[in-house]
Write a new protein. Structure first.
Length: 202
């Protein structure tokens, strides 16, 4: 049962639409969310994290159909997404033109997240079709936040709204490039993902 109120979700959605960042819970850790198509909003996320601009940030959407608005997944990538999403997985796929260079560090691919968390999905549906940045709500190089109390004060004080839904599980998402068959970061479900990649070679 979520501890987050409708009014808090409304405030967070309004903040994202206004280019302001928010903190939101996911099935991994707390995330830092802003309009992923707004370069200025994306820059604020980088600033709050103290993150190098050449380290890409992923985007979160509420479902696979929304992902296809901003990415060009192959049939194999779509099969993978339908198998593992929503879930603690970031799928790196070819981006569409609407996705700004600020988000991807100029790369042609973008990480896509569909978080398996009711509050995160509710927020994403409220701001749809706008995708939201999906990056941990921490200072770059510091540990991820499983509770709002763990969010660095610089981040917590720099966002418009904090959606506090108690403690999150804490395992980072697995980052995978399905077309290359490469796992960039092992996290939740990594063994199952490896097995799927082995069974579905392109």
């Amino acid at each position: 049962m979520s501890h987050v109120s409708e009014s808090d979700l409304d405030a967070a959605a309004a903040a994202v639409r206004d280019g302001e960042p928010v903190v939101y819970p996911t099935e991994t850790v707390y995330g830092l969310g802003a309009d992923a198509l707004d370069p200025a909003a994306v820059e604020r996320v980088f600033d709050l994290k103290g993150r190098a601009r050449d380290r890409p940030i992923s985007l979160a959407v509420p479902d696979v159909a929304a992902a296809r608005r901003y990415a060009r997944p192959t049939e194999r990538e779509l099969d993978f997404m339908r198998a593992f999403l929503p879930g603690p997985v970031t799928v790196v796929v070819e981006r569409r033109e609407a996705v700004p260079d600020a988000l991807t560090g100029g790369r042609e691919r973008v990480g896509v997240r569909i978080p398996d968390h009711p509050v995160a999905l509710d927020l994403l549906r409220r701001v749809a079709p706008t995708p939201v940045t999906a990056t941990s709500a921490n200072r770059s190089g510091a540990g991820s936040a499983r509770r709002v109390a763990d969010v660095h004060p610089t981040v917590r004080e720099g966002v418009a709204v904090v959606l506090d839904d108690g403690e999150t599980p804490g395992t980072e998402s697995t980052v995978v490039n399905v077309s290359a068959g490469t796992i960039h970061r092992r996290g939740a479900n990594a063994d199952a993902i490896e097995a799927w990649l082995a069974d579905h070679r392109g």
